[in-house]
Ligand binder design. Structure first.
Ligand SMILES: [Zn+2]
Ligand SMILES: [Zn+2]
Length: 329
């Protein structure tokens, strides 16, 4: 079958002799129709994160249709349209048993420590293939996983309609936070240097930064530590700073900053199984996260899709099989 594989940093090849997946008794096989690209995929593509081996199948934000079910599977059926929850927690360890599957030390992280989904077919544990309603576009389905990341950050933050929010960064994650907050009638202010991304955030209900202060929440999605300190300096006393973007630099804070302002720092890592995905999916028909998507490429143009993704004003996805095509999403 066809798959897009990383053969060296910066180099993806679409090949047609990748082995078919094996379907275990508790697995389903999904005919992949599309895969969204996000920052962690680009980190692998550009060589900032090393995959366990090469050639390596990329991608984790997949959706498609079930074409086979394992012998012990009772609650999924062939033909169902599904999105993939691409972090397969063990569901048995202490963290999983408390509901914090995002912290599972045994988690299979699709595309990073387990093979990705940029292939014609993939096998996965049944309960990580979530049925989705009809009537959604490929762009909506390609954005479900990052929508769920953003939705989990908003859930964990405890933000309410009375709060004043600043969103730092309007990449896909920042745009999705803007979309979710706007749906909660909390219209955030957004800081973003890229004019087209800023314009997209405005269409999703955000206001461009006008220098105001007194925010009770900051959602940091850019991962640029230089953006964090100025944002934190614009908060009201007792504000919560939610950290979603990742980097490996020291935080640009002193304890004085945190103590005097009585800041709450809240990290938010992906989502917890299964509630965050099922909640997100129940909202999809209203939320339509495809609004953050900019471009679509067919599988054989995976190289171009990855190479230009960081510069596009919205999210990129790759379509596979019948859905193949390119152009605007
Ligand atoms: Zn993602
Ligand atoms: Zn676990």
């Amino acid at each position: 079958m066809k798959a897009a594989v990383l053969t060296a940093p910066g180099r993806i090849e679409t090949i047609d002799d990748w082995p078919e997946p094996a379907c275990g008794p508790h697995d389903v096989v999904v005919d992949v129709e599309g895969v969204g690209l996000c920052g962690s995929d680009l980190a692998v593509f550009h060589g900032r994160r090393l995959p366990p081996e090469m050639p390596w199948v990329m991608g984790h934000e997949g959706f498609g249709r079930i074409t086979a079910v394992g012998s012990d599977v009772r609650d999924r059926s062939v033909g169902q349209s599904v999105v993939i929850e691409p972090n397969y927690a063990c569901l048995k360890c202490a963290d999983c048993l408390t509901g914090l599957t995002s912290a599972c030390p045994h988690r299979a992280i699709v595309g990073l420590n387990a093979p990705g989904v940029l292939a014609e077919r993939v096998a996965l544990p049944t309960h990580f293939a979530h049925p989705v309603p009809d009537g959604l576009t490929g762009a909506d389905l390609a954005a479900v996983e990052p929508y769920t990341v953003a939705r989990a950050a908003v859930r964990r933050s405890g933000v309410t309609a009375a709060d004043r929010c600043l969103v730092v960064g309007a990449g896909a994650q920042g745009l999705l936070v803007c979309l979710i907050l706007s749906r909660l009638r909390i219209h955030p202010v957004v800081t973003e240097p890229h004019p087209l991304r800023l314009a997209r955030a405005e269409r999703l209900g955000a206001t461009p930064d006008d220098g105001r202060t007194g925010f009770t929440y900051v959602f940091e999605t850019s991962g640029h530590e230089a953006a964090l300190h100025p944002a934190a300096n614009r908060t009201a006393p007792g504000a919560t700073v939610v950290l979603i973007g990742l980097n490996h630099h020291q935080l640009p804070f002193t304890t004085d900053d945190v103590v005097r302002r009585q800041l709450v720092l809240r990290g938010s890592m992906i989502y917890d199984h299964p509630g965050d995905f099922t909640t997100a999916i129940a909202e999809l028909s209203q939320a339509r996260p495809g609004a953050v998507v900019e471009a679509r490429f067919p599988l054989h143009q995976a190289q171009q899709a990855f190479a230009g993704a960081a510069e596009r004003a919205g999210k990129t996805w790759i379509s596979i099989g019948d859905a193949e095509g390119s152009g605007r999403a």
